[in-house]
Design a binder for this molecule. Structure first.
Ligand SMILES: [Zn+2]
Length: 294
């Protein structure tokens, strides 16, 4: 059975583990990223985490790293939460150091692929994966493969605008990106009584009108966006993960009700909108999926 190492590089910690074709994970390691220290220090942590996972049968290394990065070349360009990383050829460095094939991928792309291999989209061909978290990330799987685009920069769905006149200007410079309007950060910024998406979920569960209003409004915006994406892609399934998705049925019920009315796609009411199947493990398993996919 094919066995690979998955490495999930975040702004604060690096997690790695050995993953097989059944998504069984072992030899897990977590190390601090040391993002504030020079590049050599945080790269050293990446090498150390991989070194602790190495063992017989390991045939490749998949890495999820913060974007922007180019998955085609394996170069990490200039991620805001890794300030000392500038045009780091990570796939080449790791591949040469350990003598194994290595690829680097965006976390949402990798998570989407992991959902196809092991999760809620198992066996599906065309998948829209959405992570609703502090930001909004998207992975597009077409014909069973991650869609990268010309420069490896495709699937930045969080930076699709739904309101070009919006006063809310996204970090990317575009007014009204869905991320700046409907991410967990945006939801938490609307009412001091509900400082987190989790507290909004609790408020909705308790029937508190102000929390319900935030969720209603957010789902209207998400549906406008998701409906447009359905018009564009006509996916087999829409898989939603990330911390905000833990609001659960109140979120999913609204999206399922609203999305078919926000697209020309007359089959949209049959397109499942489902929760991600891989929860906490998606980082390591997602990174591994990049090397486990056929
Ligand atoms: Zn944006």
């Amino acid at each position: 059975m094919k066995t690979v190492i998955g490495v999930d590089i975040g702004g604060t910690k690096i997690a790695a583990g050995v993953v097989n074709e059944r998504a069984e994970t072992r030899r897990e390691v977590t190390l601090p990223t040391l993002a504030g220290e020079p590049l050599e220090a945080s790269l050293g942590q990446v090498y150390s985490a991989i070194g602790q996972c190495l063992g017989e049968g390991v045939s490749a290394i998949g890495i999820c790293a913060p974007g922007p990065l180019n998955p085609k070349t394996g170069v990490v360009i200039n991620p805001p939460n890794l300030p000392h990383w500038r045009n780091v050829p990570l796939a080449r460095l790791v591949g040469e150091r350990f003598g194994l094939p290595c690829r680097v991928e965006n976390d949402a792309n990798a998570a989407g692929l992991a959902e196809v291999l092991f999760g809620a989209a198992r066996g599906m061909e065309s998948v829209l994966y959405v992570t609703l978290s502090t930001g909004i990330g998207v992975g597009i799987i077409l014909n069973g493969r991650i869609y990268h685009g010309k420069n490896g920069a495709a699937a930045e769905g969080g930076h699709v605008t739904i309101d070009y006149r919006s006063k809310a200007v996204c970090n990317c410079g575009v007014p009204g990106c869905i991320e700046v309007l409907a991410s967990g950060t945006a939801m938490a910024g609307r009412d001091r009584r509900y400082p987190t998406a989790e507290s909004i979920g609790a408020g909705v569960a308790a029937g508190e009108a102000a929390a319900v209003a935030i969720l209603d409004d957010t789902c209207e915006m998400l549906a406008a966006w998701m409906g447009s994406v359905v018009s564009l892609l006509d996916p087999d399934v829409i898989v939603v993960g990330g911390g905000v998705s833990r609001i659960g049925e109140p979120l999913f019920t609204r999206l399922r009700r609203l999305v078919p009315g926000r697209t020309i796609n007359q089959f949209a009411h049959e397109t499942p909108i489902v929760a991600a199947g891989l929860a906490g493990q998606v980082g390591i398993v997602g990174a591994a999926a990049v090397m486990l996919a056929g």
